[in-house]
Design a protein. Sequence first.
Length: 71
Amino acid sequence: MAELPGAAVKRLVVKHGGEFRISGSALEAAVAAAEDYIGRLARAAAASAQDGKRKTIMDADIEKARQSTGG
């Protein structure tokens, strides 16, 4: 079951997709892709924080994770 709200993902897709409409199945695919990316980003950022012997993910960890995950 999706954890990201479909409405938020739909707003982003429509905003950045040139005002096209999106089908229900395409929205589900976009939600799944967004959740996958955020999961990979979170794991990479957590690893960065752990390498720094911290229990808090900092903005630098997110930036490092974005570079390593292609985001």
